[in-house]
Ligand binder design. Sequence first.
Ligand SMILES: NC(=O)c1ccc[n+]([C@@H]2O[C@H](COP(=O)([O-])OP(=O)(O)OC[C@H]3O[C@@H](n4cnc5c(N)ncnc54)[C@H](O)[C@@H]3O)[C@@H](O)[C@H]2O)c1
Length: 246
Amino acid sequence: MRLKDRAAIITGSGGDLGRGMALRLAEEGACVMVNDKNLKKGQETANLILTRGGKALIHGADITKSVEVKEMVDRVLKEWGQIDILVNNAGDIRDALLQNMTDEDWDFVVDLSLKGSFICARAVVPHMVERRYGKIVNISSLAYRGNIGQTNYVSAKAGVVGLTQALGLELARHNINVNCVAPGLIDTPKAATLDSKTRERLIQKTPLKRMGEIVDIANAVLFLVSDESKYIARQVIHVSGGMEGF
Ligand SMILES: NC(=O)c1ccc[n+]([C@@H]2O[C@H](COP(=O)([O-])OP(=O)(O)OC[C@H]3O[C@@H](n4cnc5c(N)ncnc54)[C@H](O)[C@@H]3O)[C@@H](O)[C@H]2O)c1
């Protein structure tokens, strides 16, 4: 029970990786605010935690909307009195080559991954500063190093790395650790939609010669939000089987 009585907010935790993180952190004793704009998926995650004897709340805040995020944060503070952990996980893609990419494709992806992470961090940091304790993990992607057809996603995820560096520096003096996890090719339903040639090429490019599992990402996040990593700040951990870029 490495996270006994710690309160965590995990954005987009109705989704594949976020659900894995929520279950793993709850297993270690954390009270988890399951955030997802898709309430049905969020509720499924919360139910899984509750049936395993853990503590969970659910909130459908759209993380790109400051007012909704504030309501969610207020709710956690009302229920649990504290916020120890924020995992900025919600993210999505709208792939296209640059000449076909619309303003909407760009704004959707950058607003969700980058602005959403900023909004959520800004909402929880005052409480963390007050208690001189906090762990923030931003979920980037190995794609931050570049990928064809993803200028919006790559820019957003590189921005998430920049946010980690900047915020990590700003908050270290308050005993708040900000770090980042960059997943590589992970075995989620999304990876199943890749054509088999691309999948095989990426597996061959991965030194460990296989896809990662959802729990591999959850374990990296668990390490970064636990006190076992208390001297680690502003780092990007590639959970990618040794792959250094798509
Ligand atoms: N799946 C992978 O292999 C992989 C690889 C690298 C990086 N990532 C990153 O990991 C994170 C999670 O990916 P995933 O595959 O689990 O995605 P997912 O689509 O399964 O889950 C994302 C969740 O976020 C929710 N969401 C979307 N917009 C929201 C908003 N405005 N407010 C609140 N919730 C919102 C969605 O409803 C969804 O449930 C993302 O940031 C993604 O970019 C994933």
